[in-house]
Design a protein around this ligand. Structure first.
Ligand SMILES: [Zn+2]
Length: 346
């Protein structure tokens, strides 16, 4: 299925048309987490290093909790089974909310439970220049505009930005956000766990913020710049980010200009929810994990990920549990599952 269904571009000579022409089908069928992963067609069946590069990208606003641990585990298992690289990136774009202390705690926890990463950790707080350059690339394509609309104004018009400031030509001064024009077109991709996904950027998202009113670069821009910079080929992350994927595919294409592009494959794992159906997160007071007690956490993580770990792993070491997880990693067991009920560790 093509990424863009409609070929009607509101910008006849713009980057949109090149985007539409240039886009190749999502590579999700190459994903080792796809349903084809167990047959002999797997590109990762030999022992050589593959072109697989995965990543875990936590936001260091607090210590690791069970929800973030299972996201780390899923992307780690997927990368290790493919004999690929696994990178860690700190999404610390928002200094008031995030701290070096929390980043260090997360890294320490990953290390203690045996989820070792390759290469240096990348910190988004040190990447401003790259984000500036990316925004300039979009400005040169005439796709960026300043916006001073309040959140309330946007809510009053239905929650989807209606393009109010597109033609206002406001100066890009402090206190204004920078938004990216999106086309009224459908983006689709095949998620290796959740299947076919379709979203109309214009109707379901609207022109979105790439630099916030407070001057900080937005998540959507930073994540795309960094995934491209780190040559990330496979993104395994929580389903709460699945809605962002079409925006990220769109940005990837715009930032590639007219160069050929290989989009990453995507696999979105379910999120843990509490009794009230809320995602287990720092906002909902998810308790931090105790990395000194890693083996039961990893065992529980495999249970959450529906991997049906052998009962005798309950008394195994972290290393043994992780080795079992790599060998038995079967993400298709999560197919079409969006939430996982929280349970108490025993
Ligand atoms: Zn506006």
């Amino acid at each position: 299925m093509p990424l863009f269904k409609s070929l009607e571009s509101p910008y006849p000579d713009s980057q949109y048309n090149r985007f539409i022409r240039g886009y190749q089908m999502s590579k999700a069928t190459d994903h080792p987490a796809s349903h084809n992963s167990h047959n002999s067609q797997s590109p990762f069946k030999d022992n050589s290093n593959s072109s697989y590069i995965g990543r875990f990208a936590p936001s260091p606003s607090g210590p690791l909790h069970m929800g973030s641990l299972i996201a780390a585990m899923a992307s780690w298992f997927d990368a290790r089974r493919a004999k690929g690289k696994w990178l860690v990136r700190m999404e610390d774009l928002d200094p008031p909310r995030e701290s070096q202390e929390a980043a260090d705690q997360i890294l320490d926890a990953l290390d203690k439970v045996g989820l070792h990463w390759d290469d240096k950790v990348l910190y988004q707080s040190q990447r401003s220049e790259a984000y500036h350059n990316a925004m300039d690339t979009l400005i040169r394509q005439d796709l960026v505009f300043a916006c001073d609309c309040s959140r309330q104004q946007i809510q009053e018009s239905g929650g989807i930005y209606p393009g109010t400031c597109r033609e206002r030509c406001l100066p890009a001064e402090p206190g204004t956000a920078m938004r990216l024009c999106v086309p009224d077109q459908t983006v689709s991709f095949t998620d290796a766990i959740q299947g076919e996904q379709i979203q109309n950027l214009g109707q379901q998202v609207g022109d979105f913020v790439i630099r916030r009113k407070d001057g900080l670069f937005a998540y959507q821009l930073a994540v795309v710049v960094d995934d491209t910079f780190q040559n990330v080929s496979h993104i395994v992350r929580g389903i709460d980010l699945m809605d962002s994927t079409p925006r990220q595919l769109y940005l990837q294409q715009l930032l590639a200009c007219s160069r050929p592009i290989s989009h990453p494959s995507y696999a979105h794992i379910p999120v843990i929810v509490n009794d009230l159906g809320q995602k287990l997160s720092k906002q909902h007071m998810a308790s931090p994990i105790d990395p000194a007690n890693g083996a039961p956490l990893l065992f529980a993580g495999l249970q959450y990920l529906q991997q049906e770990p052998d009962a005798n792993l309950k008394t195994a070491t972290c290393e043994e549990i992780l080795a079992w997880g790599i060998t038995h990693w079967a993400p298709e067991k999560l197919s079409n599952t969006r939430t996982l009920p929280e349970f108490q560790l025993r």
